[in-house]
Design a protein around this ligand. Structure first.
Ligand SMILES: Cc1ncc(C[n+]2csc(CCOP(=O)(O)OP(=O)(O)O)c2C)c(N)n1
Ligand SMILES: [Mg+2]
Length: 780
C-alpha cells in the first residue's frame, strides 16, 4: 500500500471510494431516468443494466482515476456503458442532456460506440467477447506501428479490456489467445468483472482456477483479486481461517443468494456451518448484520486499495489477466439475485439508495451531489488529473496518396483472383509508397488466394526474427517467407473471427495510433460467414480495410458444395460500412483496388469487399476509358443497347463469358439487345433506394445510376439477370423501372463438377440465359 501511494496520495483510496459511489449512483440513476421518468411513447422496455454497472464501479474508478495512462485504450464491457459516460460526465466531457437521453434517439448509446457516442470511445462493444479480443490485436497493431518506425516505443499504451465473466464463454476469446500467443503480444490487460453471474445463470463452480490454467498456458500473468482488504484483515484474526475456507468452498449460487438475502441470512448460515468453532463464532458475532454483509461481500473487485495494488503490480508489458471477484449489483437491493441482469430498482428502492447516499431530492444529476464542498473539490481535482483529462484527441493523419491508375496485369485470359495477386505484387516493389502502407493477412489461405507474391517481396511481420528453413536448406519452394519486424504480412491460423478482428484492429490504426495502414485480407468467400459477427463488429466501428473473398461461387468447380459460396453477395449488400464489388475482368480489378485504397481513407468512405474468382476468362478489349466512371458507380454497358431496346442481359462477375455468348446469339432475334455488367449490386441498390428516399430526407431526388442506365431501354423492356450467387442480388433490378425479370443464379447448395456440367445444372450457361430470355420475351 505504502509503495503504491508513495507519491503521498494517502487520500487516494477514500477518494476512489467516493468516486466509486458516484459512478454507482449516476449509472443507476441514468438507467432509472430512462425507464421510469422520461416519457414513454411506445410501451417498449427501454432497458439498461444497473446490476452490471454496480459490479464494475470500483474497477473502473481505480482504473480511470488512477492506473490508466493517456496513451492506454480501453474496451468497456457493453452493459457497463453508462459508467463510461458517468466518468466523462464527472470530467465535464459529457452533457446532462446526453445522459438524460440514454437509449433515446441521438442520446448516449446503450453500449459504448465509437461512431455514435459523443464521448471518445476507444473500442465499440456490444457483441460480447469481440470487444475483449480486439484489444489483443490492437496490441499487435501497436507493435507493428512501433516496429515499422511509425510510433515511438515510449508512446506505447496498454490495450485494456474490461470484461464480464460470461465473456469467457465465447469461443473467440480462446481463438484469440492462441493467435496472440503465437504473435507474442504485449501491453494487454484484461480485467474480468468476476461476479460469477451471466444473463441467465451463476457460473459453474467447476470453472474455478480453470481460467488461470488456460491463460497461464498462453503466456499470460494471472492476478486473482479474491478478497478485499477488510476480508483479509478479518481472515488473519483468530477463527478467520475457517471463514476464509468457508468462502473458498461456497458454491457461486449460494454465495449469490446469501448476498441478496443480506446480513441476517449470512449470520444464520455461517453460524450453522461454523458455529461449533468458538473462535470463528466469536468473530462472526463481533459484527452486526450490516457489517457482516459488508464483510462477506468485501471482494477484491470492490476494494479500491486491492485494485490499485494489483494494477501497480503489472508494471511491465506482459499480458495480464486480472480476475477481480465481484458481486453483481453490488451495493444495490438487486445484489446477488440471479435475475438481476436486466433487473431494475423500483422507485422506492432508488429513492432509498439516493437517501442513503445523502443526495437531496432534485439533486440527482448533480455531479457531486451529496458531498461537502471540500470533498467535492478534492474529487474534482483528482478527476481533472486523471488520464482521460489528458487524453489526446484521436489522430487523423493525412491520406496516403494513391496513384491515378494501378497497372493492369497483361494477359488475354485472366482470373480476377490472379489479377488481384499480381496488382498487389506490383505494389510490393521496394520503395512503393502505397505498398509501404499495405498490411496483408489471411487465415491460413495466403497461397491459395494469391497473396504469396506480396509476401515473397514484403515478408512476414514478426517481432522476432523468423528464418525460412526451407530456403536456408535450398529446398525449392515458390514461397519465400522470412519473418521480421519489417514484414508486412500478418500470418494467421485458420480462425476467421480472428481474421476479421485483425482487419478491424489494423483498420483503426489511423485514429488509434496516428498511422495510416491499408489492411488487405483474403479469405475463402464461403468462410466469410464463419467470421460474420466480427466483420459486422469491425464495420460497426467504421474500421477500414479491403476484404477479398476468393474464390467464390459454384465457379470453384471441383472443390464442391462445401467451398462454394452462394449468399455472400447478399452479405455484401446488407452490410453497412462495407461496399461490395464483384469485378469480371482484370482491368476492373485494378480500377476497383485503386478506388478501394482511396475510399478506405476518406472520412465518409467505407471498407471494401471484392468477391473474386479463380476462373480464367477471356478479357475484353476496350476502346477507351469511358466505362470506368460507370463501373465505379456499380454498372456499365458492356454492349450499349440501341435506344429504346426491348431487352438486356445483366450479369455480375465470373460468368461474363456465358453472358457475352448469350448476347452474341440473341442479338439477331432481339435487335439492340444490351449487355450490362454490374460491378456492384450493392452500390446500385443503395443508389436506387437513396433516390427513392431523397424526397423524405429533404434532398433533391436525382436519378440514380441504375435509373440512368436502364433509362436507355424501352419502358416495358425485359431483363435476364445472372450471377454466380443468390439471384436476388440482381433480380430487384426489375423494380427500378417496372421491368420484367428472369433471374438466374444459385439457390441450392453447389456440388463437385466441371464448369460445363455445373453451369448447365445450376442454369448459369449461355443456353440458360437464352432460355430465360425466350421465356421472358417470346412467351410473354
Ligand atoms: C454475442 C452476444 N450474445 C448475447 C448477448 C446478450 N448478453 C448481453 S450481456 C450477457 C451476459 C453477460 O454476462 P457477463 O459477461 O458476466 O456480464 P455481467 O453483466 O455479469 O457483468 C448476454 C448473454 C450479447 N450482448 N452478445
Ligand atoms: Mg457476470
Amino acid at each position: 500500500m505504502t509503495a503504491v501511494l508513495a507519491d503521498d496520495r494517502t487520500d487516494l483510496i477514500p477518494a476512489l471510494e467516493a468516486l466509486d459511489a458516484r459512478l454507482r449512483w449516476l449509472s443507476a440513476w441514468t438507467v432509472h431516468n430512462a425507464n421510469n421518468i422520461r416519457t414513454k411513447r411506445d410501451g417498449m422496455k427501454v432497458g439498461g443494466h444497473q446490476a452490471s454497472c454496480a459490479s464494475m464501479t470500483t474497477i473502473m474508478a481505480a482504473l480511470y482515476f488512477h492506473a490508466l495512462r493517456p496513451q492506454d485504450k480501453v474496451a468497456v464491457k457493453p452493459h457497463a456503458g453508462p459508467l463510461l459516460h458517468a466518468i466523462h460526465y464527472l470530467l465535464g466531457n459529457q452533457s446532462l442532456d446526453q445522459l438524460q437521453r440514454f437509449r433515446g434517439l441521438g442520446g448516449m448509446q446503450s453500449y459504448p460506440s465509437r461512431t455514435k457516442d459523443q464521448i471518445p470511445v476507444d473500442f465499440s462493444t456490444g457483441s460480447v467477447g469481440l470487444g475483449v479480443a480486439i484489444t489483443a490485436f490492437a496490441s499487435l497493431v501497436q507493435d507493428y506501428c512501433i516496429a515499422q518506425g511509425h510510433m515511438r516505443e515510449a508512446d506505447a499504451g496498454r490495450m485494456i479490456a474490461l470484461m464480464g465473466d460470461a465473456e469467457l464463454d465465447e469461443g473467440n476469446i480462446y481463438e484469440c489467445l492462441i493467435e496472440a500467443y503465437k504473435h507474442d503480444i504485449r501491453n494487454c490487460w484484461w480485467v474480468v468483472d468476476y461476479n460469477r453471474q451471466s444473463l441467465d445463470a451463476t457460473t459453474a463452480d467447476r470453472m474455478f482456477r480453470r481460467f488461470d490454467d488456460i491463460f497461464e498456458t498462453c503466456g499470460w500473468r494471472v492476478i486473482t483479486l479474491k478478497s478485499g482488504k477488510l476480508q483479509k484483515a478479518v481472515f488473519a484474526k483468530p477463527g478467520g481461517q475457517a471463514l476464509e475456507d468457508w468462502i473458498d468452498n461456497c458454491p457461486n449460487a449460494e454465495f449469490a443468494a446469501l448476498t441478496y438475502q443480506g446480513g441476517e441470512a449470512w449470520r444464520e448460515r455461517l453460524l450453522k456451518d461454523l458455529g461449533d468453532q468458538p473462535a470463528t463464532r466469536a468473530l462472526i458475532e463481533s459484527f452486526d448484520d450490516a457489517a457482516l454483509a459488508q464483510l462477506m461481500t468485501n471482494l477484491g473487485g470492490h476494494c479500491a486499495e486491492t485494485l490499485v495494488e494489483a494494477f501497480a503490480q503489472a508494471n511491465d508489458d506482459k499480458p495480464t489477466l486480472f480476475i477481480a471477484y465481484t458481486v453483481k449489483g453490488y451495493g444495490l437491493p438487486l445484489q446477488g439475485h440471479k435475475d438481476n441482469h436486466s433487473g431494475m430498482m423500483n422507485t422506492a428502492q432508488i429513492e432509498g439508495l439516493r437517501a442513503s447516499m445523502g443526495i437531496a431530492e432534485g439533486s440527482e444529476w448533480e455531479p457531486w451531489g451529496g458531498l461537502g464542498d471540500n470533498v467535492a473539490a478534492e474529487l474534482k481535482a483528482l478527476v481533472q488529473k486523471s488520464a482521460l483529462a489528458a487524453k489526446p484527441a484521436e489522430h487523423t493523419p493525412p491520406a496516403i496518396p494513391v496513384p491515378a491508375r494501378l497497372p493492369v496485369p497483361e494477359g488475354e485470359e485472366q482470373s480476377t483472383q490472379s489479377a488481384f495477386g499480381r496488382i498487389l505484387m506490383d505494389l510490393a516493389r521496394p520503395g512503393d509508397a502505397l505498398g509501404d502502407r499495405i498490411v496483408t493477412t489471411a487465415p491460413d489461405v495466403t497461397q491459395t488466394t494469391n497473396l504469396g507474391g506480396f509476401v515473397n517481396r514484403r515478408g512476414l511481420f514478426r517481432r522476432g526474427e523468423l528464418k525460412d528453413v526451407f530456403q536456408a536448406a535450398r529446398i525449392p519452394s515458390a514461397q519465400k517467407w522470412v519473418g521480421n519486424t519489417a514484414g508486412q504480412h500478418v500470418e494467421l491460423g485458420i480462425a476467421e473471427t480472428n481474421f476479421f478482428l485483425v482487419l478491424a484492429a489494423f483498420g483503426l490504426s489511423a485514429p488509434h495510433f496516428g498511422t495510416r495502414l491499408l489492411p488487405v485480407g483474403t479469405v475463402y468467400d464461403p468462410f466469410i460467414a464463419r467470421g460474420l459477427d466480427a466483420l459486422n463488429y469491425g464495420c460497426y466501428q467504421d474500421a477500414r480495410f479491403l476484404l477479398v473473398g476468393t474464390p467464390s461461387g459454384v465457379t470453384l468447380g471441383a472443390e464442391g458444395g462445401a467451398h462454394q459460396s452462394i449468399n455472400t453477395p447478399l452479405i455484401g449488400m446488407g452490410q453497412p460500412n462495407l461496399d461490395y464489388f464483384e469485378p469480371a475482368f482484370a482491368d476492373e480489378v485494378a480500377l476497383l483496388m485503386r478506388h478501394a485504397f482511396e475510399h478506405m481513407q476518406k472520412p465518409d468512405g467505407a471498407s471494401v469487399y471484392l468477391r473474386l474468382s479463380t476462373r480464367s476468362i477471356q478479357q475484353v478489349t476496350r476502346e477507351d476509358d469511358s466505362w470506368e466512371a460507370d463501373a465505379l458507380k456499380g454498372a456499365y454497358w458492356l454492349k450499349r443497347p440501341a435506344p429504346g431496346a426491348e431487352a438486356a442481359i445483366v450479369f455480375t462477375g465470373a460468368i461474363a463469358p456465358e453472358a457475352i455468348a448469350a448476347w452474341e446469339t440473341l442479338r439477331e432475334d432481339l435487335p439492340g439487345l444490351g449487355l450490362l455488367n454490374v460491378t456492384s449490386p450493392d452500390l446500385l441498390h443503395r443508389g436506387w433506394s437513396a433516390r427513392r428516399a431523397a424526397r423524405w430526407t429533404g434532398r433533391t431526388p436525382e436519378p440514380s445510376h441504375i435509373d440512368m442506365l436502364l433509362g436507355a431501354l424501352a419502358p416495358g423492356a425485359g431483363l435476364v439477370t445472372v450471377i454466380d450467387g443468390s439471384p436476388s442480388a440482381l433480380s430487384w433490378l426489375g423494380a427500378v423501372k417496372g421491368m420484367r425479370v428472369s433471374p438466374l443464379g444459385v439457390e441450392r447448395f453447389g456440388q463437385t463438377g466441371d464448369l460445363p456440367d455445373l453451369y448447365r445444372t445450376y442454369r448459369l450457361d449461355a443456353d440458360a440465359i437464352i432460355d430465360a430470355a425466350a421465356e421472358l420475351f417470346l412467351e410473354g
